[in-house]
Design a protein around this ligand. Structure first.
Ligand code: B12
Ligand code: SF4
Length: 367
């Protein structure tokens, strides 16, 4: 294959077909140049301090703003999306049951980083093999989530969707329950049309529902107030004024997606690896709080939950148990919650102990 325009057009179509075979739902191609609005948005966000303790967002700002430095020679980014919503989980019902744990829908099964990276590598191998006759040194790199790449900005540039008021990348046919990933390449592939229209209209459902009022305005998220940041990224004590607002959310939060009308069009995944493990989609808080560190490590092997660590795990559940004690749960449930909290009081770290004390005091709390 030569790199004529027709060949590149055909290759782009072939890449899309391969991606679908590998479990991605959609691909789009963009150049590396970023619309300056995105960089401005990032700089403003950092200047406000909205990134909190995520120091990497600040220190790696230049790589995000100048992706050319990430993969020398790269001229195109193939953005991909993979749906993760599992059928049959009942998120809204679960959020109303203060005795059960709510974990973000993305975190119920296998860690997506591992799964997606493998699939991206397979895709890159297929591309390299296809072009091997004319080009033997295909320069590429694959990314998912953890790299300094403005994933939503590129997904927008490549036509995968628009950025919603909740800052999620939204797609008219798929809502927002999907992961994003990228393959940087030096192949001169044809570029797709960016999604130029914003389809949020007057709706502010996501901004209104946020339990901790983390949005300072449309498209502006103060991560320091976001439950996803507080329960996953931050290792610090959870600010006392936000604890009672967290309900039973112990790992991430989905409210600003659950309420988005575009998610009526979200498709469920057929990826069995994303199926809930250890009944994490329907499990009592007290049961999770009783997991020993060994059990935690065993049960979260290959899961994104492991990243948060045992201390943060206990801290988060202690807050949710406090909220259970302040709720209209049955006396029996409250008794059991009090018991498991007290059982850990003596043996816990300072961080966890302080959250346990807060939780036990919730029995007297009047919401
Ligand atoms: C840091 C981070 C977080 C932080 C901060 C979130 C945030 N909104 O910035 C925290 C921990 C809070 C978080 C939470 C979640 N995250 Co997160 N997170 C990231 C990460 C690593 C970087 C995001 C980033 O650069 N933030 C800085 C801000 C300034 O950038 P941004 O919001 O992406 O916005 C950029 C553009 O979209 C644009 N922009 C934004 N708004 C507007 C408006 C206008 C008018 C314009 C012109 C431009 C513009 O400017 C920005 C710079 O380019 C990305 C992965 C990655 N490498 O990109 C995942 C990522 C964004 N997260 C993801 C997910 C799934 C989540 C959660 C749903 C997880 C959960 N259930 O708990 C929540 C959702 C919370 C929310 N409403 O965003 C997915 C989102 C997929 C999607 N459909 O959008 C990503 C892409 C990971 C992935 N590979 O799939 N996350
Ligand atoms: S994930 Fe939850 S806490 Fe974070 S912005 Fe969305 S609704 Fe608010």
């Amino acid at each position: 294959m030569t790199s004529s325009k027709t060949d590149m057009d055909q290759l782009a179509q072939q890449i899309d077909r391969w991606a679908q075979e590998l479990g991605f739902q959609q691909t789009g191609i963009s150049a590396l140049d970023l619309d300056p609005q995105h960089v401005q948005h990032l700089d403003q966000w950092l200047a406000e301090g909205y990134h909190g303790d995520m120091g990497y967002m600040e220190t790696r700002r230049d790589l995000r703003a100048k992706p050319q430095t990430l993969v020398p020679g790269a001229t195109r980014i193939i953005s991909l999306r993979m749906d993760y919503l599992v059928n049959d989980t009942q998120p809204v019902k679960l959020l109303k049951d203060s005795s059960k744990a709510y974990l973000s829908r993305y975190a119920l099964g296998r860690d997506y980083h591992k799964l997606i990276r493998k699939r991206l590598q397979k895709l890159a191998d297929k591309i390299s093999t296809e072009i091997a006759g004319t080009k033997t040194n295909h320069q590429y790199r694959v990314f998912v989530d953890s790299a300094p790449v403005l994933e939503r900005a590129y997904a927008n540039h490549s036509g995968l969707g628009w950025i919603g008021k909740n800052t999620m990348l939204l797609n008219r046919k798929a809502g927002s329950w999907f992961f994003l990933a990228e393959l940087f390449t030096d192949l001169p592939l044809p570029i797709d049309q960016p999604e130029q229209k914003n389809h949020c209209g007057n709706c502010t459902a996501c901004l209104d529902i946020c339990p901790t009022q983390a949005f300072t305005g449309p498209y502006q998220l103060d991560a320091r107030r976001c439950i996803s940041y507080l329960t996953i990224e931050s290792k610090a004590p959870i600010p006392v004024e936000l604890r009672s607002k967290m309900g039973n959310r112990i790992f991430g939060c989905d409210d600003c997606q659950l309420t988005c009308p575009w998610n009526r069009f979200a498709k469920t995944t057929s990826e069995s690896d994303f199926s809930p493990r250890h009944q994490l989609d329907n499990i009592q808080l007290v049961e999770l709080f009783e997991w020993t560190e060994q059990q935690f490590l065993k049960n979260t092997e290959g899961s994104p939950i492991r990243r948060t660590g045992y201390e943060s795990w206990l801290r988060n559940i202690a807050v949710a148990l406090g909220n259970l004690l302040a709720s209209d749960a049955s006396e029996q449930e409250k008794k059991k919650a009090t018991q498991v909290l007290q059982n850990r009081q003596g043996s816990s770290s300072e961080l966890v102990r302080e959250h346990i004390e807060w939780a036990l005091n919730c029995l007297q709390r009047l919401d």
